[in-house]
Design a protein around this ligand. Structure first.
Ligand code: SAM
Length: 370
């Protein structure tokens, strides 16, 4: 009964979120039915692609959970050539994916900033301006973000990872390169510049509490994000956090909590874009379609050349590392239709929330001289 009452509202207090995160059985079904209904009403049965190009696993950071952290010496490092990146982008364009997402480890340097700017120009050129571009390349200066925006990138995904600063410090080394406040400032820069701004967290981290997860959702609402990318934390044997593996929630519970987080944010922020993350599929082969059913509307088919995929292992058992881009597309098509949804080809699928937010910021003011 309590859950039913909570779901009659769509602004949630912390205690409401905690109840929803802990709900089971029929209450859980009520939650998922509500979020699925909102998705269908606001977004429809549509799913948009972002062709994911994981172009380099070279990283200057040492995040304690991440398989491509600088300190992992058991990893073959790669950096795709510009030609390889552009040919993956061309594949996305030829197959009418609508958008691509460029993702990599984090290197802050003029050479990297210039390279990415040049790639954005070239991707726009090869697609006659038609391919949308999402970046997910970590923390950079306001000026660098501005330069990429001016070149034509229009969405940026920068997960805050954990909004409780003390939890953030437990899952990152304690130095200037891993500064919570800097990550937050980066998100603010992205929003100020005018990107569709996305963030998210990992779910089921060591030391994380339900209260932390409730704070994460409240943060996203308060920050007024346009896009959300959240996924379960999955351990990686070559990372320091592996020592806490015995304390983690079982994988099926991390999976279920992720679905609940997606459902709750869909109710709290009806018109944002929500990614069905690949990490869900690492736990359950039908993980992404389950996320689509209850609220997600974006899928990121991997179009990185197959031979590099094994080296972009953020966590153990990452799926689809042995597939080609073509395999990935046909597999996703079958999966999305299983979820009773339809892939929209050749469209950007921008966040409706962004459009409304921008319009409310830029309501044309009447000219005082008129
Ligand atoms: N370096 C960029 C950044 O931090 O925004 C993008 C690349 S980073 C590898 C992409 C995302 O992978 C991170 O934001 C993090 O949430 C996720 N990730 C890393 N290790 C993970 C793990 N063990 N389990 C689940 N997700 C993980």
């Amino acid at each position: 009964m309590i859950i039913k009452q909570i779901l009659e509202n769509d602004t949630f207090l912390r205690e409401d979120i905690l109840r929803l995160l802990n709900c089971r059985d029929e209450d859980r079904t009520l939650l998922f039915n509500k979020s699925a209904g909102i998705k269908e009403k606001i977004i429809g049965k549509k799913v948009w692609f972002r062709g994911l190009i994981e172009f380099s696993n070279v990283c200057s950071k040492d995040c304690l959970y991440c398989g491509i952290r600088k300190g992992n010496k058991n990893l073959k490092r790669f950096n795709l050539s510009d030609e390889e990146i552009l040919s993956a982008a061309k594949f996305a364009y030829d197959n009418r994916y609508g958008s691509i997402a460029l993702q990599s480890g984090e290197i802050e340097s003029t050479a990297v900033a210039d390279r990415i700017e040049n790639l954005i120009f070239k991707i726009k050129e090869l697609s006659r301006g038609e391919l949308g571009i999402t970046l997910s390349v970590g923390e950079h200066s306001h000026e660098v973000y501005q330069k990429w925006f001016d070149a034509g990138a229009h969405r940026y995904l920068l997960r805050i990872e954990a909004t409780n600063e003390s939890l953030y410090r437990k899952i990152h080394p304690g130095n200037k390169k891993h500064d919570f406040k800097r990550r937050l400032e980066c998100l603010k820069s992205l929003q100020d510049i005018g990107y569709q701004t996305g963030t998210g967290v990992m779910i089921g981290l060591p030391f994380q509490t339900m209260d932390d997860l409730a704070s994460d959702l409240l943060f996203m609402k308060e920050f007024n994000i346009d896009m959300c990318g959240m996924g379960p934390y999955i351990e990686h044997a070559d990372t320091p956090l592996i020592h806490y593996a015995a304390d983690l929630l079982p994988l099926n519970e991390r999976f279920d909590l992720t679905l609940k987080m997606i459902a709750i944010i869909r109710i709290m922020m009806k018109d944002i874009n929500i990614v069905a993350s690949t990490a869900l599929q690492a736990i359950d082969p039908l993980g992404r379609e389950k996320a689509i059913k209850i609220g997600a509307n974006i899928i990121m088919p991997n179009i990185t050349p197959g031979r590099y995929r094994d080296s972009y292992k953020l966590y153990d058992n990452k799926p689809c590392t042995d597939e080609s881009a073509e395999d990935c597309r046909s597999c996703l098509e079958a999966r999305v239709s299983l979820a009773d949804s339809e892939i929209v080809y050749g469209e950007w699928g921008d966040s409706q929330h962004y459009d409304k937010r921008r319009k409310s910021i830029y309501i044309p003011k009447s000219d005082p001289n008129e």
